[in-house]
Design a protein around this ligand. Structure first.
Ligand code: GRF
Length: 206
């Protein structure tokens, strides 16, 4: 399975994928490239360190969102991926790209969807809202990307406990370590081994 990983920040989910391919927990998979919208994303450095092709396509460098969207899709297509993995990618995916890669693009979201998801719910905001609501469990979700925000078919979820002393940062770290970095590699491995079907907007793992 040829994958392209799209990132915006530190790249700890990308690192989990790199490690998983190396140690075999992600089988039959090759990371063809890493694409970021942020020139300073440490995720790009992680790609460089691991000899993985990497490129930055920054909206700031385009006169319009349309020209950025076109360049982004061209850049993705150039890697001819079987699967696109959004790993902390904070730019809205152009509708043309979502349509072209229907059921071939997954995203990791740091909550148990449908809680705390949709526009505006990213990064620490998700955990601030969870703590404000007083939830006793939090977690992460891997889902296929459709035209909405965090609305596509859910593939894997993993819950973590919320502790009384938790701050948003502490909870975020626990969700990343105990949920995101586990289910994202697992999702890629399932897809790479033909174990996932999508039927009327729900996933079936065979
Ligand atoms: C984190 O908030 C994570 O929960 C979400 O994207 C952000 C950055 O993750 N998936 P990463 O370290 O860049 O993978």
């Amino acid at each position: 399975l040829r994958i392209v990983v799209m990132v915006s920040g530190g790249g700890t989910n990308l690192q989990a994928i790199i490690d998983g391919v190396k140690d075999g927990t992600i089988s039959n998979t090759e990371i063809a490239g890493v694409i970021s919208n942020n020139r300073n994303a440490y995720a790009l450095e992680r790609a460089r360190i691991n000899g993985i092709a990497n490129i930055c396509v920054s909206p700031k460098e385009y006169v319009s969102r349309e020209s950025f969207n076109e360049e982004l899709l061209k850049t993705v297509d150039a890697f001819s991926p079987d699967l696109i993995v959004l790993a902390g990618f904070l730019v809205v995916i152009p509708p043309k790209m979502t349509a072209k890669y229907a059921n071939r693009m997954i995203n990791i979201h740091p909550s148990l969807i449908p809680s705390f998801c949709g526009t505006g719910f990213y990064g620490l905001k998700v955990h601030e809202a969870a703590l404000a609501r007083g939830v006793k469990v939090a977690g992460a979700t891997v889902h296929f990307v459709d035209e909405g925000t965090d609305t596509g078919p859910i593939l894997l979820q993993k819950a973590v406990e919320v502790l009384p002393e938790d701050t948003p940062e502490i909870l975020q770290r626990r969700v990343m370590e105990q949920a995101e970095w586990k289910i994202l590699p697992q999702a890629i491995d399932l897809i790479a081994n033909g174990k996932v079907k999508v039927e009327d907007k729900k996933t079936v793992i065979i």
